[in-house]
Ligand binder design. Structure first.
Ligand code: MG
Length: 396
């Protein structure tokens, strides 16, 4: 019988957070929630707090925390703080064993580092953290002897495929990509798609930002960078293949040519459970994968001309240093602008490329340096988005 693991969930009201709580529900004798952090969804966090009675909770703003307090928290649940400090307090709480980092965007960076410093096991669902500060975070984890267990389905698959293998056995990693809702469209057709079209993902149900990233293939680009840091594999040994059915979650090619793949249903409860149970395996919660019903599995090369975001990510990884920070920040700004209808879909890579072109890569050895490059890239990209917008108006 395994020891009770006490978990903190950063981003508990989001899609990953809710799936994680479903795993907790299935294993009440093995998992206990001691910390929850959310952005602005007060009602859902209040409901979660009443149900799981965590020691600490946190919200993004003081106003949200006040409303949460008034909504009636259990007597033994404290509000640990707000904003990044709140996330840090939840992640480093002394009772926590495992921190699931599933807050969106880059807010959770300091909290992930704090969790590592306090020797918590990291279950990482937030790839932006490794894209921004992969060197800093993985160095800290190595120094503290802290495992980073990937929850992102592709990296979770690779973690399983690599299990027990020496580095010298591995030739390359192959990340699968669903291709998103616009697979097969030309660059011209892509310029006319709407945010509603982009939010309709064919195989995975996820938050808005990552769904747009899946449509542009930037999600896969960020995952290439994430894989580089998680597994210490060079960029030229990380490939992407489009696999619309999302049944094969990713693969590892070994030096003798053997390819090991991990397959499963498309449900995030599976990789979350793996990260919570590791190094054990617990009985599955989901209906087993039915390959006969899955039918034909297809694989093809990504269309880099129609989806330039993937190439931009490889370019950022080649330059390393601060360029991935710029890529990530510019992408967040461009995705927001697209969702608000201020730029078109093909404006997203234009904004990112403009920011990358304008930036001279520099060393980023501290979080302060990361945050400073991030702030510059956000301001630049907002301006660049205005330029892209007036350009497309002039063309109409
Ligand atoms: Mg993924």
């Amino acid at each position: 019988m395994s020891r009770l693991k006490r978990v903190a969930i950063l981003g508990s009201t989001g899609s990953i957070g809710q799936s994680a709580l479903a795993v907790v529900d299935a294993y009440p004798d093995r998992l206990q929630v001691v910390g929850l952090a959310a952005g602005a969804n007060i009602d859902r966090l209040a409901e979660q707090a009443r149900r799981y009675r965590p020691r600490v909770v946190a919200m993004a703003t003081g106003e949200a925390a006040d409303r949460l307090r008034r909504s009636g928290l259990p007597p033994d649940t404290a509000i640990a703080g707000t904003g990044r400090d709140g996330l840090v307090a939840v992640a480093s709480h002394p009772d926590v064993d495992v921190v699931l980092c599933a807050s969106s965007g880059t807010e959770g960076l300091e909290a992930s580092l704090a969790a590592i410093e306090h020797r918590k096991t990291i279950a990482l669902a937030n790839k932006e953290i490794l894209v921004m500060a992969g060197g800093i975070v993985t160095d800290a984890a190595r120094r503290r002897g802290v495992p980073i267990l990937p929850v992102d389905s592709e990296h979770n698959a690779i973690h399983q495929c690599l299990h027990g293998r020496g580095r010298e056995e591995v030739k390359r990693l192959v990340l699968t990509a669903s291709g998103g809702p616009f697979r097969g469209l030309s660059a011209a057709a892509l310029s006319a798609v709407s945010p509603e079209d982009a939010l309709r993902h064919p195989t995975w149900r996820m938050g808005r930002k990552i769904t747009i990233d899946s449509a542009t293939l930037m999600n896969k680009g960020l995952e290439v960078i994430e894989a580089h840091w998680l597994f210490g594999v060079r960029r030229d040994r990380i490939d992407v293949i489009v696999h619309p059915q999302s049944v094969v979650h990713s693969m590892v090619e070994l030096t003798d040519g053997s390819v090991i793949a991990q397959l499963g249903v498309t449900d995030m409860r599976m990789p979350i459970q793996y990260a919570f149970s590791y190094p054990e395996r617990w009985p599955g919660l989901l209906a087993p994968l039915d390959l006969a019903r899955a039918g034909r599995l297809e694989f093809h090369a990504p269309d880099l001309e129609a989806f330039p975001c993937l190439s931009l990510a490889y370019r950022a990884l080649d330059a390393e240093r601060s360029l991935p920070v710029v890529l990530n920040a510019a992408n967040e700004v461009a995705v927001d602008c697209f969702l608000e209808g201020r730029i078109g879909f093909t404006g997203i890579p234009q904004v990112i490329a403009a920011a990358m072109d304008a930036h001279a890569p520099a060393e980023v050895a501290t979080i302060a340096q990361v945050r400073s490059v991030d702030a510059w890239a956000r301001a630049f990209s907002l301006d660049a988005a205005r330029g892209v917008q007036s350009q497309s108006k002039a063309q109409r």
